[in-house]
Each structure stands twice: as C-alpha cells, then as structure tokens.
Design a protein around this ligand. Structure first.
Ligand code: KIV
Length: 261
C-alpha cells in the first residue's frame, strides 16, 4: 500500500528506504523490492540522459520520467525533484509542483537549499504541497560549493547546514535529505529535527537512506563515490549478455528452433 505524507511525518526514528527510479522498469523493481519511497531525482539528467550535471534537466523531462515511474510503481510513495530554477520564485514553484503532482502522479516534491528557499517551501506547504528539503551537497549548485565534495566540515559550514535544515522544518518540509556531510553533523541534525532525515553519503545516523538506482546496480560506468555500495555489477552482466546475443546472431545460433514459429 502506498504510504501517506502523514506516515512520513511520523516516521522519525524509522529506518525508511528511499531509492531513485526514473522509468517504468526501474520503478517496478523498486516497488517489488519493497522500498518505502521512490525519488524521481534530477540525477536522471546524469545517469539516464547523459548530461554532465543536473542543471540542464527541464520540467518536461522530469514530468516525462515521473509519469513513467508512477506507472511502474502505483503503490509506492513517489517524490519528484523540482529541477534547477523551476523554484526560483513561488509562482514558478507552484506551477512546477502542480504539474508534477497532477500530471506526473507524484506525492511530494523535493527541492535543494536551506534558509534561502524557506519562503518557497512555506508557500508550497501553505498551498498543500508536501515538500522534502535537501541540504549539504546540493548538486544543482555544486559548482558554487566547489564541486561534488563533502560539505559541512568547517564549523561555519556545518552551522549553515544545520540552520538550513531547522528552517526547512519550520517552513513545513516533511523531511530533509542530507547529502555528503560528515556523519557527526548528520547525527546532530537528525537529533535536532522532529521530521525525518534522509541520508546519502551522510553516514548511519540519519532516519532514512537514499541511493541512486544506477549506483546500486552498477550501471553508471566506473564512477563510484565512496558512499555508494554497489550490490550488482550491472554493466558487466549486461555487456556479457549483449555480447553473447551479438555473437549468436552472427554465428546463426539465435534464433533457434524454439524461438521460431
Ligand atoms: O537527484 C537525486 O537523485 C537526488 C538524490 C541523490 C538525493 O537528489
């Protein structure tokens, strides 16, 4: 059964599992595996569309993939990312959220930033849109943070991230993603918030965890951040299978009698 926003609001201390998925087959597998929530992350720009960052991802692309993921996982809570600049003003954020919830079938939206986005998060929350926050490494503005690096090592950075997370809770977010921060900071934020934290590269103390589908199953080349645990060497297995298909067609092994009418 699809979980409700209220259940997520009351999920403090539960070890919830989020996983990204971007289309019908990956969402179907995520649901079958029993995840608590699917995130149609704008990481799709990198792992599915081949962009070098999440910046180029458009609302139309998010919508296209959210609809497909929803078709694959009708019974799973689904969060869709608001793409870069689609929440630069409250009007734009409401427009984007409306499309992702009504047309895409999402249950909630996620956006990046701390204190600088609280007005947007309050506005969305007032309008009845469930919002998941995201602080620490925020990929849409990674360049301003010096790249895809651990955030919050310096005390003033840690303070900014903590304040951001507290402000998001105050503004009505139902949860907050903590990306690439030291585990001690993630622990402190998790203890200070009454909403659940969702960690990625944030150690074991967050309430929930999230990983990118393609990282988990080894479908994103050789790139493997330290915080990723790869549960399958997917590319290797796919490549073996595809190479065998190519060989068998060339050698006249496929199609065999049992594949023919
Ligand atoms: O876009 C994404 O997949 C994300 C997760 C890494 C949290 O934001």
């Amino acid at each position: 059964m699809r979980r409700t926003v209220k259940e997520f609001r009351q999920a403090k201390g539960q070890r919830l599992v989020y996983l990204t998925a971007y289309d019908y087959p990956t969402a179907r597998l995520a649901q079958e595996a029993g995840v608590d929530a699917i995130l149609v992350g704008d990481s799709l720009g990198m792992v599915v569309l081949g962009y070098s960052s999440t910046v180029p991802v458009t609302l139309e692309e998010m919508l296209h993939h959210t609809k497909a993921a929803r078709r694959g996982a009708p019974d799973t809570f689904l969060v869709a990312d608001l793409p870069y600049l689609s929440y630069a003003t409250l009007d734009r954020a409401l427009f984007a959220a409306e499309r992702l919830l009504k047309e895409g079938g999402a249950d909630a939206v996620k956006l990046e930033g701390g204190e600088e986005v609280v007005e947007i998060v309050s506005g969305l929350s007032r309008a009845g849109v469930p919002v998941l926050g995201h602080v620490g490494l925020t990929p849409q503005t990674a360049s301003q943070l010096g790249g895809y690096k651990l955030q919050g090592r310096r005390p003033e950075e840690a303070e900014r991230i903590l304040k951001g997370a507290l402000a998001l809770e105050e503004a009505g977010a139902y949860g907050v993603v903590l990306e690439m921060v030291p585990k001690e900071l993630a622990k402190e934020i998790t203890e200070r918030l009454s909403i659940h934290t969702v960690g990625i590269g944030a150690g074991p103390h967050t309430d929930a965890q999230v990983l990118v589908f393609h990282d988990v199953v080894g479908l994103y080349g050789d790139f493997k951040p330290r915080f990723v645990k790869r549960y399958l060497e997917g590319e290797k297995l796919f490549l073996e299978a595809l190479s065998q298909y190519v060989r068998e067609v060339r050698e006249g092994v496929f199609p065999a009698e049992e594949h023919s009418f």
